[in-house]
Write a new protein. Structure first.
Length: 166
């Protein structure tokens, strides 16, 4: 009996640890290189530092992702409702041409960066544990992560995180 209880306790601890959501980005994630529409490289940290003091909605997407495209109208609604938020779009398109055409085709308004290794490789996608896109992350005015994992822009947690003041 003791052995079964011990295993159950250990399993509970293991599951609880895996459900923890980070509140800050790892150094490895911050040092990931991202590329803007002009093919200029910056680190993810440099991008976040440009917006220190502002709330940021990060949308991880790709031009080939049907769910991402379906979610774009809701993102546009959020942009109207929360105009002071910085909208940072991180594309996991492996082909920069596809990404750039997608930005134009879907009239995606905001700041655009590409993670050229796609959604399966790289320190930033590893940190974010990207297994599905779209993926929404909200960063607070101090650079902390206030919402780590939403897969729908209409998720009430996104709105709560955008409304929340620090």
């Amino acid at each position: 009996m003791f052995k079964k209880v011990s295993i159950l306790v250990l399993l509970t601890i293991f599951v609880s640890c895996n459900l923890e959501k980070p509140t800050v980005f790892s150094e490895k994630a911050l040092n990931e290189k991202v590329y803007n529409l002009n093919d200029e490289a910056s680190t993810f940290k440099e991008i976040l530092e440009q917006h220190k003091g502002k709330k940021i909605l990060i949308d991880v997407w790709a031009s080939w992702c049907r769910d991402c495209i379906v979610g774009m109208p809701k993102v546009k609604e959020l942009q109207k409702e929360f105009p002071d938020v910085v909208y940072l779009f991180l594309s996991v398109d492996e082909k920069k041409g596809s990404w750039k055409r997608g930005v134009e085709r879907y009239n995606v308004v905001g700041e655009h960066y590409n993670l050229p290794n796609g959604m399966k490789k790289g320190d930033l996608v590893d940190f974010l544990n990207v297994s599905w896109i779209p993926r929404y992350v909200v960063v607070d005015e101090n650079g902390g992560i206030s919402l780590f994992n939403a897969i729908d822009a209409a998720d009430n947690e996104v709105i709560i995180a955008l409304k929340k003041s620090i």
